[in-house]
Design a binder for this molecule. Sequence first.
Ligand code: AMP
Length: 466
Amino acid sequence: MTTFAELGLAPDILRALDEMGYLTPTPIQEQVIPLALQGADILGAAQTGTGKTAAFALPLIQRLLPFANTGTSPAKHPIRALILTPTRELAIQVEEAVQAYTKHVPLRSLVVYGGVSINTQIPILKAGVEILVATPGRLLDHVQNKTLMLNQVNTLVLDEADRMLDMGFMPDLKRIVALLPAQRVNMMFSATFPEEIRKLADSILNQPTFIEVARNETAVNVTQVVHPVHHERKRQLLAHLIMSRDLRQVLVFTGTKLGCNRLANELNKLGIHADAIHGDKTQQERIKALDAFKAGTMRVLVATDVAARGIDIEALPFVVNYDLPHNAEDYVHRIGRTGRAGASGEAISLVSESETRYLKDIEKLIGSDIEAVIVPGFEPGVADVPAYQSRPPRPDRPVERPVERSAEQRAPRPRPAAARDALFEAPYEPSAAPPADITPALVRPAPKKQVAALFRSPVKPDTAGQ
Ligand code: AMP
């Protein structure tokens, strides 16, 4: 098995990798790093989760080592490497990785993105940074303001180029590239290669080496199921699934930070111990939540895609897509968090009508349809009926109490009474409670449909490179 040292990385970089727990290079790192260290242009077909960030960032950093210095003059810290990403989230994540990899070398990095005040970015840029991670629009704002210079850039990375195309960044990209010195190393990564991306690659890259990481290298045993449901009833369906099936260690993905917080709060109100992690939480808060989740003392972790990137849990049994990701690649990344290393896992997606187009994209990407199972009592189109208390249970349909049954039968440790009662006995919010006569029956687990060998799993320290 190849080691990072064998790839030719410098000791200070190796030390940082060691501290981060990276044991062995992933396939894309094994292929890209040696070539990029020699200054070759790279065209990479790889998606998030393959370790592509380190694949481009490590050689980029190593090639800047001769320029690393602790001088205070801004002139000693011109921008030498530019990494462009389509989204603020990805930009932040990439720069966090760069920070970690450069922990033991005096190279400075900064991330700039739109939607926040430009003024806080300016003094840092003025002081000088060698590695700039940026979204295209904000970078051009700085160019226009003359708050940065790109004339010493010797390395350009375009990350998730196809998403940049989808988001309409092509004109911005062309303008940016025109501002760079002609003599430079280029690396471009994309999950897909439509015609326009090929053209862009032709115009930017110089005789690139094409490196592809196959999606189906690693067998992953993930059972996937979709539960169609009215969007207003997702929260209750989730609570119902967790309680009636006695799910533990459930990683739930939401699309927004706000939704993430809200869902965790609501689950807690229902007596289901949950916490949220997202970009606005401090590192300490994230670590605390993760530790509790890993230890099994917290049942549900609600996360955004970005915050969940670093989560690496042995045999995580359940992943729930509370919101479907708008980018099909993210689905693969999310569900890759379960069913790792031969363990079986279940990926449950709660899909409202407005999300069916995202589901279609996902099914197209993974090359198969995901089984749809309607949970009785949560039929799509059946929204909340407010008057929960005022409706007596129908005599022909006894109200089931799945929570109590599962607690009696299986709960390994006592739960507070509130945990059992809140969901089915007390309406916590009149507008959100289910009507008594459609109190859901116990959900049967969806028939198992194995999708072994469909995806490569995201990188994991103990399996990387194996
Ligand atoms: P990426 O595909 O670059 O977004 O990386 C996905 C995740 O894998 C990130 O959390 C990285 O920190 C992690 N990672 C990347 N390379 C390795 C490696 N060689 N060993 C362990 N973890 C890694």
